[in-house]
Write a protein that binds this ligand. Structure first.
Ligand SMILES: *Cc1c(COP(=O)(O)O)cnc(C)c1O
Length: 414
């Protein structure tokens, strides 16, 4: 990208952007929710489409001059429909949490009962956390993962659904590494007359590539971010059955939001175009393969992986047996240039701000082109850094090695 104007006009911000470019270039990104967009996606975001107001939808705007924006938004919608076999798509949600707010707002009244995964078992803040709008406005009841298998306990889902008669059942998580039984959820929901809502924020790219099961043809409504495995701009979308189309559109605008971010809509369209290509399927396959290698290697090094492995792009590692908590591990790994996120584990004995585990994901390193051999090395570095947390010399050596590998695998958009 040409940043010459920014550089000349605002040195303060430009120098920080330069620092962040350097940080991303030299450090290992293992945060499961992050990725690197392509140059084309980045370029689409940095366009004059940001200047436009276009409240409403293609062909039905509340402002003039929208014929170009109408085309852009329609292309984004059509590509998303194709990617997920969706009947209806709304590409305007600004991010994952506002998209979920729009879904709840479309189907629920304050106080209505919703069944979702318990948060320390892998759910998201917007699935009923008491400090989040979702937990404040709606009455969330919770199912859990089985303590032995680390997988969602579908019998518990059915038992609680029958007892509580929720108006909506939510599936799709932030820290869960297994396939989700979408069909089974649908059958349970049908028995109690609940709306089925899938939040595929994390796995959307893997689903689009056909590497994980797709809930869109089964569920009433599906939300996703566009910036995680889907590798698009920061944003979100909602997909639903045609029968819910009006409700969802009304809920997004004028219900929750004002004008859409048209430059982001363009970048979403570009990212969807990329995800429709055969290369993206190869990418998604490699993301999962890489994560399975990382999981096996860490397991061999004596770490307990929740559910003993993974079907997707992330693992949750329980550090209780290794004399660590998640926050300390996060800090030690940051010192060697490896970014991961602390994470609760199911039935965590420690509090949420200092949980027992870490969540590690492979979408970003796979975008850099890293494969099996690099995953084996990363597992060794993680283990070495944790075991030598007070040895500044050893940590410095690991940091240099991490940096050298990162420089060998440039980020596509830099
Ligand atoms: C990341 C995530 C979200 C929220 O997305 P934001 O864009 O950060 O608001 C919602 N649901 C799930 C399951 C997520 O993982």
């Amino acid at each position: 990208m040409d940043y010459s104007n920014l550089k000349a006009q605002d040195k303060e911000i430009f120098s920080n952007i330069e620092k962040e470019v350097k940080r991303q270039t030299e450090e290992m990104e293992l945060i499961a929710s992050e990725n690197y967009v392509s140059k084309a996606v980045l370029e689409a975001m940095a366009t004059v489409l940001t200047n436009k107001y276009s409240e409403g939808y293609p062909g039905k705007r509340y402002y003039g001059g929208n014929h170009v924006i109408d085309d852009v938004e329609t292309i984004a919608i059509e590509r998303a429909k194709k990617l997920f076999q969706a009947e209806h798509v709304n590409v305007q949600p600004l991010s994952g949490s506002p998209a979920n707010a729009a879904v709840y707002f479309a189907f629920l009244k304050p106080g209505d009962k919703v069944l979702g995964l318990k948060l320390d078992h892998g759910g998201h803040l917007s699935h009923g956390h008491p400090v989040n709008f979702s937990g404040l406005l709606y009455n969330f009841v919770q199912y859990e993962v089985n303590n032995e298998t680390g997988r969602v306990d579908m019998e518990m889902v059915e038992r609680i659904a029958k007892k509580e008669k929720p108006k909506m059942i939510v599936a799709g998580y932030s820290a869960y590494s297994r396939e989700i039984e979408w069909q089974r959820f649908k059958e349970i929901a049908d028995k109690v007359g609940a709306i089925t809502f899938a939040d595929i924020a994390h796995t959307a790219g893997l689903i689009a590539a056909g590497e994980m099961d797709n809930p869109t043809p089964i569920f009433d409504v599906v939300s996703t971010t566009t910036h995680k495995t889907l590798r698009g701009p920061r944003g979100a979308m909602i997909m639903c059955k045609e029968e819910h189309a009006k409700k969802i559109d009304k809920s997004v605008f004028p219900g929750m939001q004002g004008g859409p971010h048209d430059h982001i809509t363009a970048a979403k369209a570009v990212a969807f175009g990329e995800a429709l290509r055969p290369e993206f399927k190869i990418y998604a396959k490699q993301v999962i393969k890489n994560c399975q290698i990382l999981s096996d290697e860490l397991s061999n090094l004596g770490y307990r992986i929740i559910s003993n492995g993974t079907d997707n792009h992330l693992i949750v590692v329980d550090l209780n047996g290794n004399g660590f908590v998640g926050k300390d591990a996060e800090q030690v790994l940051e010192r060697v240039g490896i970014s991961i996120s602390r994470s609760t584990i199911p039935n965590d004995p420690n509090p949420p701000y200092n949980p027992s585990g870490i969540r590690v994901g492979t979408p970003a390193v796979t975008t850099r082109g890293m494969k099996e051999a690099e995953m084996e090395q990363i597992a060794i570095w993680i283990d070495n850094a944790l075991k030598n947390k007070d040895d500044q010399n050893k940590l410095k050596i690991i940091k240099d090695e991490v940096k050298a590998m990162c420089l060998d695998f440039p980020i596509p958009s830099i």
